[in-house]
Design a protein around this ligand. Structure first.
Ligand code: NAD
Length: 301
């Protein structure tokens, strides 16, 4: 990365009450004592004010409860807090919900991103000392076979779920605002994150919660789907580096180079729990239970 250095001073973090956003807000406030952070979050089922408990009394942090599709609100936040950097996490992000209810995904992920881009364009005419960073996913590239090489920055887009398709749409809009209007943007596409503040219905929290409750641990199909895993604070460190040192207009892929089959992750967690909190009888892995596979489930990212 050899872009011109950018020094964020007043950062708008959208979706900062969600899993990765909350970790990122903590990271920014800890790392840079000269930074102010505004968190804008609609507190949907996916977000929780409790995720921000470590920063709510920080005088350099302000929380605004609101929707990124609310153009007047977004415009007001840009003006009032003199925003010079946007880090855009807010999204509908749960793939299974995108299969049962895709409309919210198109609204938040596409229309919401468009609303933020328009606000940035109008607040920052011709400014170069600003950044719009868009946080995206490796799922926009579709599914790999067992022998394919990993995704790279030039892999063609091939999204398969309403979630990944709406994220792909938002990536394209962000890129187009750079190309058309010269908006100083960067984009990152990251693989699966795990760590504190992750929502209870995601894979790793579900395995832990079900095991400790002595309930069946649901595994899609035979659990052979492969994901690359990254600890959430490593993702935050990478985003911070891209904001400060990334080249404007560029896309960066972030991954852990740590591919695992779902069944292997689940078995490993069960093994750790067997030691830390032994079950009353048998082994936690006895609870592993195959359930009907997700529609159009991507094999490997
Ligand atoms: P999350 O679902 O935990 O959090 C999303 C946050 O956005 C929530 O706090 C929610 O309340 C908020 N939000 C939703 N709709 C909103 C709206 N219309 N207006 C304002 N706020 C709204 O998501 P996450 O796992 O933290 O992911 C954050 C971003 O990172 C997403 O854009 C996602 O696509 C991307 N990403 C996630 C992963 C992962 O493994 N979790 C991997 C790569 C990329």
């Amino acid at each position: 990365m050899t872009g011109l250095p950018h020094t964020p001073r007043s950062v708008l973090v959208t979706g900062g009450a969600g899993f990765i956003g909350a970790n990122f807000v903590e990271h920014l406030l800890d790392k840079d004592q000269n930074i102010r952070v505004t968190t804008l979050d609609a507190l949907t089922y996916a977000g929780s004010i409790d995720n921000l408990r470590n920063v709510m009394s920080n005088l350099r942090h302000r929380f605004t409860n609101g929707d990124i599709t609310d153009a007047d609100l977004v415009k007001r936040v840009f003006a009032e807090d003199e925003i010079d950097t946007v880090v855009h996490f807010a999204a509908e992000s749960h793939v299974d919900r995108s299969i049962t209810g895709p409309a919210a995904f198109v609204h938040t992920n596409v229309v919401g991103t468009f609303t933020l881009l328009e606000a940035a364009r109008s607040a920052w005419p011709a400014r170069k000392d600003v950044r719009f960073h868009h946080v995206s996913t490796d799922e926009v590239f579709g599914s790999l076979s067992e022998s394919d090489p990993p995704f790279s920055e030039v892999t063609p887009y091939s999204p398969n779920s309403p979630y990944s398709a709406s994220k792909a749409g938002s990536d394209h809009l962000v890129r187009a605002y750079h190309h058309t209007y010269g908006l100083p943007i960067t984009i990152t596409n990251c693989s699966n994150n795990y760590g504190p503040y992750q929502h209870a219905e995601k894979f790793i929290p579900t395995v832990i919660r079900s095991a400790l409750a002595g309930k069946p641990i649901p595994i899609y199909g035979a659990g052979l789907n492969v994901r690359d895993w990254l600890y959430v604070t490593d993702h935050c460190t990478a985003i911070d580096a891209v904001i400060r040192r990334g080249r404007v207009g560029e896309t960066y892929l972030i991954g852990g180079r740590s591919e695992r089959r779902n069944i292997d992750i689940a078995r490993e967690i069960c093994g750790i729990l067997d030691e830390k909190s032994p079950p009353k009888k048998g082994l936690y892995s006895d609870l592993l239970t195959s359930v009907t596979d997700r529609l159009g489930h991507d094999f490997r990212y």
